[in-house]
Design a protein around this ligand. Structure first.
Ligand code: C2O
Ligand code: CU
Ligand code: CU
Length: 518
């Protein structure tokens, strides 16, 4: 039974008066607690935890648990240094197979939580690798075959924060501290039942469009607020939803005018310099790090993080002459429709402090590589013919376990030209194992093209390294992919849509990287 309409009134994220729950922050233990894991092996257990998600109720959620020095961490915020060695033994306490996928890490496929290497109930698996990635906001979640949508939704997700010299310099320049003034925000939409548990019950339409909820959790807190002071804050925004896109902006409470903030990082770490923005789209699995400058505010003033309304562009049936069928049939309060506006976090300025730091002019010496000689690989995203069970296809294909439709040479530099069909919906496309740079967007819908910051149609969140990129209906996105790595033998990765119901439904292709000279 879904939650009643009466109970839902106090949970709706469209009413700012509901934003009275103290935001959970990563601290020294507990939920999202910070675990330093550079050269310090972890043991991670998957299982069920009882967590107060809705006020006054206990939810049974699936979670990662780490015990260390007498402290317990649930879905820890794992922090590692570039160049250190990371090691985590997974002990699977779930009653089904799972894996841990280190989303965004440049690692040997055997360490990547690939569905070909599932961990059975009561079994263990050791993930161990040198941290090769540059600093940035990454994350981890399950990736077993056919179950990652449900398992991730059930609560299995955490931050994986990599630090390097450039990150250290930024943190020092702005006097930032993780969990206090440098704040990871995991954003997820959920459905709840009467007793406070998550409901994951996708119907056929949800499998096609993605499963969306009507309660928005930030760090497992519904409708949160946070007391802040007059300084600069860093927010690491991760869209950990199964399917919902966000259009993130800040404004003063009660005002529509959008505040200017600074985008400083994307999926793969810092941009070369901060870029001013008033809004960014953030699709499932994408990250964007922003600086919000509250030095000009007075105690008592408030700022709100919100998702602006947008056209969700579910165009798949339109040209076939179908009516909008009303995507979601269910009992209880309505789903929050895709593209509907809502609030995420209320920031309450509590006191004035002395703070004389400024947003730095440069952040990173990002190395631009030469892709002049790169060959182009074309990829299409489209809907399957009426009546097919797998609804979404890549290059006309659906995922098959043992097949490798994409074969690339180790060390190759490629341009991926990914075209999303007109009769489609937005798909956040994710590549395992490698980062890429967005070179160009063409055919973008107006709500995206109006955000372009250069002649190549790129938006502010296209300006850094990426591992996931949202491609809208009718749009073609070109990206530069460097398939270099130092891992032995054939390497098996995947390219898939990060709407997890689409991934489950086969919108995923295996990618094999074969070593050189062949
Ligand atoms: Cu974050 Cu293959 O996934
Ligand atoms: Cu991934
Ligand atoms: Cu998709």
């Amino acid at each position: 039974m879904n939650i009643s309409s009466a109970a839902y009134d106090s949970l709706s994220p469209t009413n700012l008066d509901n934003f009275n729950n103290l935001l959970r922050l990563p601290a020294n233990d507990g939920i999202m607690g910070i675990v330093d894991a550079s050269d310090a092996p972890l043991r991670i257990t998957t299982g069920t935890e009882s967590v107060e998600v809705l006020p006054g109720k206990r939810s049974e959620v699936s979670a990662y648990r780490v015990e260390r020095d007498g402290k317990t961490f649930v879905n820890p915020t794992i922090r590692v240094r570039t160049g250190s060695s990371f090691s985590a033994e997974l002990a699977n306490g779930l009653d089904e197979e799972t894996t841990i996928h280190w989303h965004g890490q440049h690692i040997d496929w055997r360490m990547d939580g690939h569905p070909l290497l599932p961990v059975s109930p009561d079994a263990t698996y050791r993930y161990a690798y040198p941290v090769a990635n540059r600093g940035g906001t990454y994350w981890y979640h399950p990736h077993a075959h056919g179950t990652s949508a449900r398992q991730t939704y059930s609560g299995l997700a955490g931050f994986f924060i990599v630090e390097d010299e450039e990150e250290r310099r930024l943190g020092e320049a702005l006097d930032l501290k993780l969990g206090e003034t440098d704040i990871p925000l995991l954003i997820q939409d959920k459905m709840f039942d009467e007793s406070g548990n998550f409901v994951y019950a996708p119907g056929p339409m949800d499998e096609e469009m993605g499963y969306e909820g009507n309660v928005i959790l930030t760090n497992l807190t519904p409708n949160p607020y946070l007391e802040v002071v007059t300084r600069i804050y860093r927010f690491r925004l991760l869209n950990g939803s199964n399917a919902r896109n966000l259009r993130l902006a800040f404004s003063r409470t009660g005002e529509d005018e959008l505040l200017l903030y600074h985008v400083i990082a994307t999926d793969g770490g810092l941009l070369d310099r901060p870029r001013a923005a008033r809004e960014v789209f953030l699709s499932p699995a994408e990250r964007v790090d922003v600086l919000v400058d509250l030095t000009g505010f007075e105690p008592g003033e408030e700022v709100v993080l919100r998702s602006l309304p947008f056209d969700p562009m579910h165009r798949e049936h339109e040209m076939a002459g179908h009516m909008d069928m009303g995507h979601h049939h269910h009992m209880g309060p309505a789903r929050l429709s895709d593209g509907h506006e809502f609030y995420l976090l209320r920031l309450v300025v509590s006191e004035r402090v002395d703070y004389a730091r400024r947003v730095p002019e440069t952040l990173s010496e990002s190395s631009r590589q030469d892709f002049a000689e790169a060959a182009t690989r074309t990829v299409t995203l489209s809907m399957a013919a009426e009546g097919e069970t797998n609804r979404w296809l890549i290059n006309g294909l659906s995922h098959e376990m043992g097949e490798y439709p994409i074969v690339a040479q180790r060390g190759a530099k490629e341009i991926w030209e990914v075209r999303n069909d007109e009769r489609s919906m937005p798909h956040p496309m994710h590549l395992h194992g490698f980062r890429f740079l967005v070179l160009e967007r063409t055919g973008s819908p107006e709500q995206v093209s109006c955000l372009a910051v250069d002649d190549d149609g790129r938006t502010v969140s296209d300006l850094g390294f990426k591992d996931t990129v949202l491609i809208w209906p009718g749009e073609t996105m070109k990206a530069a992919v460097d398939l270099s790595h130092g891992f032995e033998g054939e390497q098996l990765y995947m390219f898939h849509c990060h709407i997890l119901e689409h991934e489950k439904g086969g919108m995923m292709l295996n990618l094999k990287v074969v070593s050189g000279e062949a």
